[in-house]
Design a protein around this ligand. Structure first.
Ligand SMILES: [Zn+2]
Length: 81
């Protein structure tokens, strides 16, 4: 039973290329992310075929544009201040 569940869950996973194949990304483990199919679809809906670095830079720019910073002090983990 345990093995069957594992196979079923794995069958619902996709391989996402952090550097898209269209930009020269390969199938090496450091370029692949095993991700749930629904999350994979959501990733591409949000970020199209952007590279991981482009996504990170875009999010950092958004954060800076909105003047957000995080206070990682005690009890404030993840709260925008
Ligand atoms: Zn992908």
């Amino acid at each position: 039973m345990k093995g069957k569940h594992k196979r079923t869950k794995r069958a619902m996973m996709n391989r996402h290329h952090l550097l898209p194949r269209s930009s020269g990304g390969n199938g090496m483990p450091n370029n692949l992310l095993l991700i749930d199919i629904e999350k994979h679809q959501a990733w591409h809906k949000l970020f199209k075929n952007r590279h991981l670095d482009e996504v990170i830079e875009m999010l950092i720019r958004l954060k800076q544009l909105k003047g957000w910073r995080y206070d990682y002090g005690k009890g404030n983990e993840g709260k925008a201040v």
